[in-house]
Design a protein around this ligand. Structure first.
Ligand code: ZN
Length: 396
């Protein structure tokens, strides 16, 4: 038994560590705190590239001929509110990943390629890399835990027509070309929800996902917000302003590869971003629409369950948090540990079933070699602080 445990441990230590790890429910910052990452525990990622307010004098204002420097007013606040609303509506269990560029767009445009974004300023360049590194980490976490997911790149537009503009990398004239075109290979290959179009729970075709009753635009309509494309407004008319998706939607969606789709949401100002009340109502509506969209098309009736993340212990000073996924679990479980330390599994009688030592913080997968329905996992960090949580074993 001891030999088996040792073998397992060596295997885990050498193969399961995946670089820097992020604990769900915690906030991380880049150097100088220009980029903020709140690590979530669900298959939804929100990125806010143009809502930053910081204007450090060490980064000169961007001044290239094509540079756009106008900020997307109140989108940072909106992103945070949407995350709060998702958490509320899932009973506190699920929270999206949230990545915010805190620099004003005059200093960094986090929705452009590196040169246009940062104009070679070292601090801006570092912030640009950090922004995408946090997004990549969030995407990896989502792909590992849920096999698929959705990224929303959140913006605000200044167009006269007060409606939401949903960007799937398809131009206004693409959207006007009709459902036959949208269901064809050319449109699907260029779509930021390419993966979803090829695999969704109701086997909807691409056009249905873009402008049907159960499209994201359709779900916004149910919440009384107008959106294009959507069932009531399937495409912008010729001459109307429309943003079809930018750098982040292309880079981080599924157009080229991968199982994380992306949609750019460009929010109008009036009734959406113009007051605290508007923001609050719209955040609630958006949380509803996004969770409905995920459940309907990505995971089906059963929905998805979010990994537990618990900070516990009697003594506040020694509380240590770690996360476990999935829970319930059958054959194995993945732990995200904040520091080196020891993990003990106890049965309901309080007997130690297994003990593992870890030399580094990070993500580890452990086999569940017992038949008990419930076990208690206790993690004791190197500094003596500890945390614990209940794990349920369930096999189908
Ligand atoms: Zn923007």
């Amino acid at each position: 038994m001891k030999n088996i445990a040792l073998l397992v441990l060596i295997f885990i230590a050498s193969y399961s560590l995946k670089g820097q790890s992020f604990l769900s429910g915690k906030t991380y910052y880049s150097e100088k705190e220009y980029i903020e990452y709140f690590a979530g525990n669900m298959p939804l990622i929100l990125t806010i590239p143009h809502g930053g307010l910081l204007v450090p004098s060490t980064i000169p204002n961007r001044n290239c001929a094509e540079c756009v420097t106008v900020m997307d007013t109140n989108t940072q606040e909106l992103g945070r509110l949407i995350a709060d609303e998702v958490k509320k509506m899932t009973g506190g269990n699920c929270f999206p990943h949230l990545i915010i560029n805190r620099l004003r767009r005059t200093k960094l445009d986090a929705n452009r390629d590196l040169f246009e974004a940062a104009l070679d300023n070292p601090d801006a360049v570092n912030a640009w890399y950090a922004f995408h590194k946090f997004i990549d980490s969030a995407k990896m976490m989502v792909a590992n835990q849920f096999q698929r997911g959705l990224l929303i790149d959140l913006h605000g537009h200044g167009h006269a027509f007060q409606r939401l503009e949903l960007g799937y990398l398809l131009s206004a004239s693409n959207l006007r070309s009709g459902n036959n075109f949208l269901n064809g290979p050319a449109a699907i290959e260029n779509s930021s929800i390419r993966h979803l179009a090829l695999s969704n729970k109701k086997e909807y075709r691409h056009a249905e996902l873009l402008n049907g009753q159960e499209s994201l635009g359709g779900f916004f309509e149910t919440e009384r917000y107008t959106a294009v494309p959507g069932p009531a407004d399937i495409a912008p008319r010729s001459g109307e302003d429309y943003f079809s998706g930018g750098y982040n939607t292309e880079r981080h969606g599924s157009v080229d590869s991968g199982k994380i789709d992306a949609i750019q949401i460009e929010c109008n100002f009036i009734g959406v971003r113009d007051s605290e009340i508007s923001l609050q109502f719209f955040a609630e509506a958006t949380a509803n629409a996004l969770v409905k969209f995920l459940k309907t098309h990505y995971f089906g009736k059963d929905g998805f369950s979010c990994p537990t993340s618990i900070t516990s212990n009697k003594d506040k000073n020694t509380a240590l948090s770690f996360s476990v996924f999935p829970n319930p679990a059958c054959e194995s479980v993945t732990l995200n540990l904040p520091s080196p330390g020891t993990l003990r599994m106890y049965n309901a009688m309080g007997q130690v079933l297994n003990e593992f030592s870890f030399l580094k913080q990070g993500e580890y997968t452990l086999p569940l070699a017992f038949n008990d329905k419930f076990v208690l996992l206790q993690f004791i960090g190197k500094d003596g602080s500890s945390g614990s949580m209940k794990l349920m074993r369930q096999c189908y």
